[in-house]
Ligand binder design. Structure first.
Ligand code: ATP
Ligand code: MG
Length: 139
């Protein structure tokens, strides 16, 4: 089934000029980038985006890291896009990520792990709507 998922290229990756390298892996996996914008997240945006982790000990560090440098927010489209992109990203901790995944190749640590991807189709819809209007998504 064709799905859309939400992707963020995180500050650790944009800082190291890895936007194109990350997107090359995404496109090689057959996912199509159908919306894209470079933006510096405000603290309020980052807090809201990662609200589910508000009680976790790393929340403050996560918000600080996500607002430190620009990010690239994007919508990916393709067959089973949500699960496929999670596969392409690799495990949250790069030490546990499979060969060839984005996090295995580029992530610095469990916190600075280069990319975000929605964890369900429902959350994908919610996250996409936080950053893009329907008119900005062109498949
Ligand atoms: P994301 O939601 O960013 O796609 P994920 O779904 O693989 O990543 P989550 O459990 O949702 O992982 O954690 C969200 C983000 O919080 C992680 O990507 C990482 O940047 C950060 N994080 C998670 N666990 C830790 C930790 N133990 N220490 C520091 N940062 C962490
Ligand atoms: Mg997550």
């Amino acid at each position: 089934m064709t799905e859309r998922t939400f992707s963020i290229i995180k500050p650790d990756a944009t800082r190291r000029n890895l936007t194109g390298a990350v997107n090359a892996v995404i496109e090689a996996a057959g996912l199509r980038i159908v919306a894209q914008r470079r933006v510096k997240l405000t603290e309020a945006q980052a807090k809201k985006f990662y609200e589910v982790h508000a009680e976790r000990p790393f929340y403050g560090e996560l918000v600080a890291q996500m607002t430190a440098e620009p990010v690239v927010v994007q919508v990916l489209q393709g067959d089973n896009a949500v699960a496929k992109y999670r596969e392409v990203m690799g495990a949250t901790n790069p030490a546990n990520a499979d060969e060839g995944t984005i996090r295995k190749q580029f992530a610095l640590s469990i916190g600075e792990n280069s990319v975000h991807g929605s964890d369900s189709l429902e959350n994908a819809g919610i996250e996409i709507a936080q950053f893009f209007t329907e008119e900005e998504i062109v498949g």
